[in-house]
Design a binder for this molecule. Sequence first.
Ligand code: SAM
Length: 272
Amino acid sequence: MPEEANEAQRRQWNDEVRLSGWLHREPLTATVTPTLLHHAALKGGETVLDVGSGGGRSAIAAAGQVGPDGEAVGADISLPLVALARQRAAAGGVTNARFVVADVQTAVLEGAPFDVALSQFGVMFFDESVTAFANVRAHMRPGGRLAFVCWQSLADNPWFAGASLQPFCPPPPRPGPGKNAIGPFTFAAPEHTAGVLAGSGWSAIEVTPYRQTVTVEPDVLLDDDSYLRYLGVAHDDLAEARAACERHLAPLRRSDGRYDAPLAFQVFAARN
Ligand SMILES: C[S@@+](CC[C@H](N)C(=O)[O-])C[C@H]1O[C@@H](n2cnc3c(N)ncnc32)[C@H](O)[C@@H]1O
């Protein structure tokens, strides 16, 4: 029987340990929201789809920009993250942001056609990227805008200590037939990403690179033992794996114990 789309990712983003690992990282990625919203150039009354909306912060910020006559819909494959996003919206008294559990690669989402689709690091996990971006486009009004943030290369993002875990973890599974590789750095090469967007029918594709250094607490970059175990590090290798991560991050460590993380990301913009 053919595998359901994004089955492995669905499992991962609904796994308790994976999620607690991700939520430690959130303060780092949240720093790019103003840059993303600058590119989205939202206007009052517009409708917005946030793809892979996670804990909902960018959708809630977008809802604030489109105002009471507009709406932001956050769609995410993770049930616990959608619950968190709903909780945050309610706590902030935000009534024009709504969150749904959905695989954006295949789902038919209520609220279409949208004026703008945006995403903050939520588009790199589709196992059929062209299909997914075509599905996003199918939810847009003619002339609708797309803006998303993704990472530049791993080499340009030395804050990612996961790079030093390679010797301790099983290799990632090869993509199955008709599927593409996924992961945080999948869209690093601008020509490749522009090709995916063009292949799914988007036009006027532009990319803008950014660099921004952000100071963070150690646990934002260093994963705890339960997360290392989740990644596949054997119990007996935990101390060594952790030490490898600390060595990797040592050049970024400040005298106060925090880290200066140099982020290299890029914003892709396109039109329907
Ligand atoms: C790196 S997190 C980013 C979350 C959020 N945008 C943020 O910046 O905090 C990636 C998000 O994409 C979601 N995701 C992965 N594959 C997805 C899919 N096929 N459809 C919808 N969401 C997906 C994950 O559940 C996760 O919340």
